[in-house]
Write a protein that binds this ligand. Structure first.
Ligand code: DP6
Length: 323
């Protein structure tokens, strides 16, 4: 039996989004992306390679759960690298609020990659853990590091990985996750981005524009320019969602509440409360803001949508082994 290892990884929010793959199996993206790792929301995953098992076994929050193809991809890769065939026991506890609209797959696959590689006796560099996490879910590539993280798209398995851009930003930045609808999404990220790459006439423009957004957002981070960061992130998210509406058949993750929050954010800005929106593959809106205006923004949005739930986060750390 191998050793038992538990790893913790936090989720992240993309400020320049990953939206489209050039290799579906290895998850090589069409564009580089940049995210902020968040505190509070994380996954703890424990892995043991156990020769007593007949097949891989997975529990999520204590419940026995089918082993997904994505989990198998990561575990198979670990077995290949370690030269073993032993089945794995994987126990995951998600501390990402149910349906907070924050990608739990990002923290889940980063934690899995770190725990499984160590449990198999591999001592991978963080870069190699990032490459391994990428095989589970693209956004997990970035959750290996804390702070602002860049996923350099690369060309193939060897050079597509995340690098820390600013790991310990001494910067007042908050993310409010506004949860408006907890219904499961109709189109997964994987399916949505695939449709867009093959049918959206604006896709080449997205790839071109995103390269420019990467340059602008890095300048904003280096200069600690919250306005430039927020404007770039919001515009990038809107471009991603415009691709979806232009796909065949068209689709949108927005709900009426999503639009209402976008209008509220524009109104808050008019009133002098600086804040910006970003939205992933779902109706929930994440609001970027700073400490001085955070409480006012929470109260304003809560007043507008009394049934919504609002979670507040700030900069979080990279993946670690839990002793
Ligand atoms: C909109 O990482 O969930 O959140 O690689 O197919 O598992 P797969 O997709 P996933 O997609 C995340 C898309 C996004 C943007 C982002 O996080 O960069």
């Amino acid at each position: 039996m191998s050793k038992t290892v538990t790893a913790r990884a936090h989720t992240n929010i993309a400020l320049v989004k990953y939206w489209g793959k050039k290799d579906d199996e290895l998850i090589i993206p069409m564009n580089s992306s940049l995210s902020l790792t968040l505190d509070h929301f994380y996954t703890d995953t424990t892995v043991t390679f156990d020769s007593q098992l007949v097949a891989d076994h997975f529990t999520l929050d204590g419940q026995s759960t089918p082993v997904s193809a994505k989990i198998t991809r990561v575990i198979d890769r670990v077995r290949t690298l370690a030269g073993i065939t032993t089945p794995a026991r994987i126990d995951s506890i998600n501390h990402v609020p149910n349906m907070a609209g924050l990608a739990s797959s990002a923290s889940a696959f980063a934690a899995l990659a770190l725990a499984a590689s160590q449990a198999a006796g591999l001592d991978l560099s963080l870069r190699d853990v990032s490459r391994l996490a990428r095989r589970g879910s693209g956004s997990a590539t970035r959750s290996v590091y804390g702070g602002f993280v860049e996923w350099q798209m690369g060309h193939d398995d060897t050079d597509s990985y995340a690098v820390p851009y600013l790991e310990h930003p001494d910067w007042d930045i908050h993310v409010l996750a506004v949860v408006v609808n907890s219904a499961p999404k109709a189109i997964s990220s994987t399916a949505g981005m695939k449709r867009v790459v093959s049918t959206s006439p604006f896709y080449p423009a997205w790839v071109e524009q995103t390269a420019k957004d990467m340059v602008t957002i890095k300048q904003a981070i280096t200069a600690h320019d919250f306005t430039q960061l927020g404007e770039t992130a919001e515009a990038n998210a809107m471009k991603m969602h415009a691709l979806n509406m232009a796909a065949l058949p068209p689709f949108s993750y927005f709900s009426p509440d999503t639009i209402q929050i976008l209008d509220a954010i524009a109104e808050l800005r008019r009133q002098g409360y600086e804040c910006y929106a970003t939205i992933d593959a779902g109706p929930n809106v994440k609001i970027l803001c700073q400490a001085a205006t955070k409480d006012h923004i929470i109260n304003y949005i809560q007043g507008l949508l009394p049934t919504s739930q609002i979670y507040s986060a700030t900069v979080g750390p990279g993946a670690t082994i839990c002793e």
